[in-house]
Design a binder for this molecule. Structure first.
Ligand code: ATP
Ligand code: ATP
Ligand code: MG
Ligand code: MG
Ligand code: MG
Ligand code: MG
Ligand code: MG
Length: 262
């Protein structure tokens, strides 16, 4: 069937295999979500329904791609970490990137009405996607630390900005002006002194983002009646996806889950 005179065109498709033994991170980001969030009346600064929808779409990606061991989400973006040795799609770059991005997008659209029933989609949203390769586990840790620091910086800014506008009666221009050049501490001080908000008491979901991790669990270990010990053959390692809104910058998270970077 491959022998037609036209088949030579297939040869124009170039191989795009990803380097072996490197960590693959796929990051997707909503296209023009500033507008999407306005058009669909997202609650500012953080619409929890929209964040939960992002988490749902990420979970659908993890259900399909078993080699994704960790996903981190904030705002309109999500990062997926594949285990270093993954052979998914023979490590073909375009195949991995396009399939993850389109699966995420279709799940986002498919599940939209469950999370935002009051705001029917006005047009089809889309996401961009990129793959970044990291050679060492330290790079991967720094990557996720970078994203979580970004979550913190943006959230502190947005929380203070919208408090000034929604509760402080400032115009958006004034709010921008007030916050211009302020360090974290000054923003926390504005929140506390003007609005009696202790930043550290605001929801962890907003301050830390969403961390979805594949945990390995040993399922249904049956006890052998005569010996009282687990029968080796019955020990099945299964994985399940667990969601957290926790710190992934410090060591604790990673020390408790060494399988993520193995
Ligand atoms: P680009 O296409 O370059 O990514 P963008 O408009 O999507 O442009 P981002 O830098 O990705 O810009 O920022 C996403 C924007 O979407 C945020 O600034 C915020 O306004 C909005 N947004 C995303 N998720 C939420 C949410 N859960 N609640 C409120 N606003 C949100
Ligand atoms: P891959 O993920 O590698 O692309 P695939 O199952 O999608 O695997 P393709 O080579 O892309 O395989 O072929 C698509 C298959 O989908 C066709 O072989 C056919 O069985 C089915 N298909 C697609 N569109 C139609 C259609 N309109 N009517 C009937 N069958 C269809
Ligand atoms: Mg952007
Ligand atoms: Mg975006
Ligand atoms: Mg973004
Ligand atoms: Mg086809
Ligand atoms: Mg196909």
């Amino acid at each position: 069937m491959s022998g037609s005179k036209y088949a030579y065109v297939k040869g124009y498709e170039l191989p795009d295999t990803i380097l072996p033994n490197t960590y693959i991170v796929v990051r997707i980001d909503g296209r023009a979500f500033h507008r999407l969030s306005q058009e669909h009346s997202f609650v500012k600064p953080n619409d929890e329904r929209a964040l939960s929808l992002m988490d749902h779409a990420a979970r659908d990606v993890m259900d399909e791609f078993k080699d994704v061991v960790l996903a981190f989400g904030e705002s309109d973006e999500y990062s997926f970490l594949f285990r270093k040795s993954t052979a998914v799609y023979k490590r073909r770059h375009a195949k991995i990137l396009t399939t993850v991005t389109s699966l995420f997008t279709s799940s986002y659209v498919f599940n939209w009405s469950r999370y935002l029933p009051e705001a029917p989609l006005k047009y089809p949203p889309s996401f961009d996607g990129r793959i970044v390769l990291y050679p060492s586990s330290q790079d991967v840790r720094d990557y996720f630390a970078w994203r979580q620091v970004d979550t913190h910086i943006n959230n502190l800014y947005n929380t203070t900005f919208w408090a000034l506008v929604q509760q402080g009666g400032e115009s958006t221009t004034q709010a921008h002006q007030i916050l211009k050049g302020t360090v974290s501490k000054a923003k926390q001080e504005i929140l506390f002194s003007r609005f009696n908000i202790n930043y550290n008491d605001t929801p962890e979901r907003f301050r830390k983002g969403s961390v979805q991790v594949r945990e390995e669990i040993t399922a249904n270990p049956e006890i052998d009646e005569t010996s009282g010990k687990h029968r080796k053959t019955d020990l099945r390692v299964e994985s399940r996806i667990v969601s957290h809104h926790c710190d992934i910058i410090k060591d604790d998270f990673w020390i408790a889950r060494t399988h993520l970077l193995a």
